[in-house]
Write a protein that binds this ligand. Structure first.
Ligand SMILES: Nc1nc2c(ncn2[C@@H]2O[C@H](COP(=O)(O)OP(=O)(O)OP(=O)(O)O)[C@@H](O)[C@H]2O)c(=O)[nH]1
Ligand SMILES: [Mg+2]
Length: 662
């Protein structure tokens, strides 16, 4: 049996969960189609999802198309839950990007498509809701070409747009327009193909063209587009045929050593940890001992595998499948099973841009709150729980207000803890401005450590993160463990820059190294106080790095959102000055007709104010959509905005503290 792990992604409310339901129905897994609005779908199974009618967590269901088992992952579309999407990206073989035929390409659609392309995930597009009033076809296609990618091909035509009877009819060999568009599209990436075509148009059979289309779709070079309606079922059969024909199902090697990725962690009814794993190679059986990150090893006590809808208990899970594993107490999201991880941690989307202080309404709940949040952070590592040393307050990272409400409701429902939030602030980053270097040499005052560390820090491309390099002449000059200690400490130290924000988009090069080894001690026994240890490097590195960083200087950058605003034409006069007051900059405006469309950038810190002012400014008719876009230097005269609880004095004390060798 071949397997296909398929993600359904889209802007909020485009119809992912409804489409999932429709696919399960068409595949014969369910007899009745559930509805998001009644809270009866398979994948929106959490009480909160059913109450609110939105997806909050990614959920897996499975169905079979002929000889292919599809594990389908329904993801949330709301930008506050983008972390849920991020975690599943590394386990997907392919994706369906859903776009509403009424709303067209929306801000989150862009964010998602950009990432799917960056990761080369083969993607089909499904233009949903063709039955809804206002549904359009050409305009949406044009929007896709302009805002997402020109490498698309509509796979059929629609009729009765905007009515319950709207239909989708797939093109075939006889549609000359379709075949010539196919040739144009496919030739773009294939010179031999175009040569064959130029020589003799008729030598290319329709079957060859479809084969080529499948090959290029599987390489994520082109994106076939189907239309339909998840509510009426129109176009769903063609989508299913497309999933089978055009996306890369594969048979994993079940006899190889185990290799897998954990993309979701949840707690069972008895509080036990359950890890969702996509297995790329090998077979895991109950009672197997499994190795995973951070040198952990544990015994698998139970397994279930997704089969015809939900997960069922099995004795094993094999390559290609998604399984739930019990017994791995220390497992975390993102962990690799079996073979050690080869790449460093990847974030495909921007991390949360807001941070809030969370406090229990009953002070006595403080301990319980800490425990509960630690458990939530286990399922959602990006909420990044931290406690500040001075005020002993708990800080949570957040994407937005909806996520905040969901955390509040989860704490109340599942843990019986009432909480409130204080002071939501934006999380900035710091980028180095120039190059800085520093070095501390062994046995040379004031260096109190038995280690030599030299570091140079310089700016790198925006979005590149932190790269650590060891300069060539140092390689092999010191035990690897010491280099590792330096790299780990560099990454740790960069969590808090000069103004207290995380430093990113830089390269740190190790320029000097040195150690005192056991061999230097002659006949004496190994003596910790006379030879270098990892601790020496862990304590010296922050001092060297911070002094290099001060030399380089840093610039505080704040998160910016891209906004898409639709407002009645006659409210524009009030809207534009309001945007200016909020530091929002419109780049494009479509002022003809009503509503007018404004698109541009706004600091993340001001989005909430805009949301609050919008109803009054537009008589309640304004529609605002925002998605994170980039980090930009904080504007105005104050280009350095320190973190609220950042206390340079503390940092100094910390550095003084670490200079004492123990
Ligand atoms: N008319 C019409 N309505 C649809 C269609 N598909 C979904 N809807 C409606 O659109 C709304 C959102 O549908 P969902 O399936 O929850 O959308 P979603 O993409 O899963 O939303 P999130 O998971 O919250 O991002 C619901 O009210 C659906 O009934 C469709 O094809 N036609
Ligand atoms: Mg949904």
């Amino acid at each position: 049996m071949r397997m296909l792990n398929l993600g359904i992604l889209a802007h909020v409310d485009a119809g992912k969960t409804t489409l999932t339901e429709r696919l399960l129905y068409a595949a014969g897994v369910i007899d009745e189609i559930g509805s998001v609005d009644d809270g009866s779908t398979q994948t929106d199974s959490l009480p909160l999802e059913r109450q609110r009618g939105i997806t909050i967590k990614s959920a897996v269901v499975s169905f079979v198309i002929d000889d292919v088992t599809v594990n389908l992952i329904d993801t949330p579309g709301h930008p506050d839950f983008i972390a849920e999407v991020e975690r599943v990206l590394s386990v997907l073989d392919g994706a369906v990007l859903v776009i509403s035929a009424v709303e067209g390409v929306q801000p989150q659609t862009r964010v998602l498509m950009r990432t799917l392309q960056r990761l080369h995930i083969p993607t089909l597009m499904f233009i949903n809701k063709i039955d809804r009033g206002g549904a359009q076809c050409e305009r949406v296609l044009q929007g896709i070409v302009e805002k997402l990618t020109p490498a698309i091909i509509p796979m059929g035509s629609t009729s009765g747009l905007g009515t319950r009877g709207a239909l989708f009819a797939p093109y075939g060999a006889a549609d000359a327009d379709f075949t010539s568009r196919l040739v144009d599209l496919l030739a773009d990436d294939d010179d031999a193909f175009i040569a064959a075509y130029v020589n003799d148009e008729t030598t290319l059979s329709y079957r060859q063209l479809r084969g080529k289309l499948a090959a290029q779709t599987k390489q994520a070079l082109v994106h076939p587009v189907c239309f339909g309606s998840a509510i009426t079922g129109a176009g769903v059969d063609s989508l299913i045929a497309g999933i089978k024909e055009l996306l890369p199902a594969a048979e994993g090697d079940v006899d190889e050593p185990v290799s897998g990725t954990v993309f979701k962690v949840e707690r069972g009814s008895a509080g036990e940890k359950i890890a969702y794993v996509r297995l790329f190679a090998g077979t895991v059986r109950v009672r197997d001992r499994l190795q995973f990150d951070r040198d952990n090893e544990a015994k698998v006590t139970a397994i279930s595998v997704f089969d015809l809808g939900s997960a069922v208990r099995r004795a094993s899970v094999a390559a290609g499948q998604i399984g739930k594993l019990w017994g791995l107490g220390d497992i975390q999201i993102g962990d690799t099973l079996g073979r050690p991880r080869t790449t460093s941690e990847h974030h495909y989307f921007a991390p949360p841009t807001l941070e809030t202080v969370i406090v229990p309404r009953r002070p006595a709940d403080k301990g319980a709150l800490h425990v509960a949040l630690t458990q939530l952070a286990e399922q959602d590592p990006l909420i990044n729980l931290r406690q500040d040393d001075v005020r002993q307050e708990l800080f949570l990272s957040l994407y937005g207000e909806v996520q905040k409400e969901v955390i509040q409701a989860t704490l109340a429902n599942d843990f019986k803890i009432d909480v409130e939030f204080r002071e939501t602030t934006t999380i900035c980053i710091e980028r180095p401005i120039g190059t800085g270097a520093a070095v501390e040499i062994l046995h040379k005052a004031p260096n109190p450590f038995l280690a030599t560390v030299g570091l140079r820090i310089e700016p790198a491309a925006v979005g590149s993160g932190v790269e650590f390099q060891i300069e060539a002449q140092l390689l092999g000059s010191m035990p690897l463990a010491f280099f590792q200690a330096v790299e780990e400490t560099v990454r740790e130290t960069l969590q808090q820059g000069i103004y207290g924000w995380e430093i990113t988009d830089c390269t740190v090069a190790m320029t000097h190294s040195g150690y005192l080894g056991k061999h230097g001690l002659g006949h004496q026994r190994f003596n910790k106080s006379l030879s270098s240890t990892g601790e020496d490097y862990r304590k010296l590195t922050p001092l060297v790095l911070m002094s290099a960083l001060k030399q380089a200087g840093t610039r505080v950058c704040e998160p910016m959102h891209r906004f898409h605003l639709e407002v009645p034409a006659d409210t524009l006069g009030a809207m534009l000055p309001a945007l200016a007051r909020l530091d929002a900059v419109p780049h494009t405006q479509e002022l003809r007709g009503s509503p007018c469309v404004l698109e541009g950038e706004i600091p993340a810190a001001r989005v909430r104010e805009l949301q609050q002012q919008l109803p009054a400014l537009t008589r309640g008719d304004g529609v605002l959509e925002c998605a994170f876009d980039c980090y930009q230097p904080v504007r105005g005269t104050i280009s350095t905005r320190p973190r609220s609880d950042h206390n340079p004095l503390n940092r100094k004390e910390y550095l003084l503290h670490v200079t004492r060798r123990v």
